[in-house]
Design a binder for this molecule. Structure first.
Ligand code: GUN
Ligand code: FE
Length: 468
């Protein structure tokens, strides 16, 4: 942000899985570095000028929110595949392994063409930003040059992200497989160097062994050694998504005690590992994930869409495992974390039909409350990728990675009752001023039209509102 900016209006921010802040009249100041400088909650109009003066912010840009608008942290998408966006909505009759072979690998193979990759990624990244995703964990393809282009575009557009090229040296088609573990490792090093040479640190590299099936033991071992040697690197992979995948993995790694143990065995399971899906885990695997402080990316849209199963998120949350949300395009058919929020809610309700809550459970066997959905979509995701001190909630010292959301009828929100009734229905009694209802309605009926502005590190980088 070139200038200090003060927002005046409603602010929503997660605190824990069970509680979030919702203040209808806050002042929030962003400094010229794009960090949150100060926040004053529960301000009355007559006090605004005095407060601005007190904080030396009389010269700041002043943005007053309207009724039905609020500021909240940007979404963190902890798992998605940029090169699969062109495949959204195709091949969804298949389960994972057939879907990979028949739809996904053929599309990803096309990204050997760097020109094709550039055209695709420019629209993909724009679309993901405009959905309100301020931090994104991206899988590219196995191609080094195209994945560099992905990182360059993310960097140019100003999104915060982790970008990885897939490591995959077996069990893939001849035209879409790396020739050796050494070649895969060399390309990984080259991508890391390329990303670290970018002018801004918002984009970071991530080690991306696609999944155990697609990596030979020497490749997994080399990537584990890389992770050990450079503890700042994030690791992302798929874990236990589909029953046939689990069976095949177990047959490939008979020396390991479980699918989760494969990653642990090769040094790939630690506090900076992002495990997507985690549907079919036994108690020992859940305990191992907790012991290693690894994080889980819950991808419910994909898990339903590819008939994979349902991740037992509530039980993981009860154990204190870090969990965020992932769109997992194109296993998932939406680039928006809003869709993942909706399906995370439905998944928790579906689980509760069949296995009601144990007496001691807070989240297991119950529907996820709004507070938990907000947490998963923001701060939980930040925890999963080690960014909880920078983003995921709105607090002084953190980066202003935030959304300006509108649920006003004039934002084109579908399914509203017209501006007058809307105002009535959104005006709740009490200190929270209807914000709980607005947030719930945004989560369950909203879309990218309601995401008016997207800010990363204080910079307005996207959203439905035309930038001036
Ligand atoms: N497992 C390995 N690769 C993939 C992928 O591209 N998508 C999903 N959903 N699972 C995978
Ligand atoms: Fe995936």
């Amino acid at each position: 942000m070139a200038r200090q900016t003060v927002f005046y209006g409603a602010v929503i921010s997660p605190e824990t899985l069970s509680e979030y802040q919702a203040y209808p009249h806050s002042l929030l100041c962003v400094n010229t570095s794009g960090n949150i400088n100060w926040i004053v909650e529960d301000v009355v109009d007559s006090a605004v000028q005095d407060l601005l003066s007190q904080y030396g912010a009389l010269e700041a840009d002043f943005i007053e929110l309207k009724h039905g608008e609020f500021i909240m942290p940007g979404f963190v998408d902890t798992h998605t595949h940029a090169p699969q966006v062109p495949n959204i909505g195709s091949g969804q009759q298949h389960e994972l392994l057939d879907w990979l072979a028949q739809y996904t690998f053929p599309m990803e193979a096309r990204f050997s063409d760097v020109g094709f990759a550039r055209r695709a990624y420019e629209s993909v990244v724009r679309r993901i930003i405009d959905c309100g995703t301020t931090t994104c964990c991206y899988y590219g393809t196995l191609h080094l040059e195209s994945t560099k282009v992905l990182a360059d575009i993310v960097h140019a557009y100003g999104q915060r992200a982790f970008v990885g090229k897939c490591n995959m040296d077996r069990h893939a088609p001849d035209n879409y497989v790396e020739p050796s573990a050494d070649a895969s490792l060399a390309a990984t090093h080259a991508l890391i160097a390329h990303i670290r040479a970018l002018p801004s640190p918002l984009v970071q590299p991530v080690i991306t062994p696609r999944f155990a099936i697609s990596c030979t033991p020497p490749l997994l071992g080399a990537l584990g050694a890389l992770a050990r040697a450079d503890q700042s690197l994030l690791i992302q992979t798929h874990l236990s998504e589909n029953a046939s995948e689990v069976t095949f993995t177990r047959s490939l790694f008979s020396e390991c005690t479980s699918y989760t143990d494969v990653y642990d065995h090769y040094g790939l399971l630690g506090p900076r590992t992002v495990l997507a899906h985690a549907v079919y885990l036994d108690d020992a695997e859940v305990a191992l994930i907790k012991a290693r402080d690894a994080g889980v990316s819950h991808c419910p849209t994909s898990n339903f869409n590819l008939s994979s199963g349902i991740c037992k998120v509530g039980a993981m949350l009860d154990k204190g495992i870090k969990v965020g949300l992932g769109t997992d395009v194109s296993g998932g058919f939406s680039t928006s974390i809003l869709t993942a929020i909706q399906h995370a809610s439905i998944a928790s309700k579906a689980l509760a039909f069949h296995s009601p809550a144990p007496a001691e459970a807070t989240f297991a066997g119950r529907q996820l409350p709004l507070s938990a959905l907000l947490h998963l979509a923001t701060l939980g995701g930040a925890q999963v990728c080690g960014l909880q001190d920078r983003v995921g909630s709105l607090a002084p010292g953190k980066a202003f990675d935030a959304l300006l959301v509108s649920v006003r009828a004039d934002a084109g929100n579908p399914g509203l009752w017209g501006a007058d009734l809307d105002r009535e229905l959104c005006t709740g009694d009490g200190a929270r001023g209807g914000l709980d209802a607005m947030l719930e309605r945004f989560f369950f009926t909203g879309d990218d039209r309601n995401v008016r502005r997207v800010y990363v590190q204080g910079r307005w980088i996207g959203g439905a509102e035309e930038r001036r």
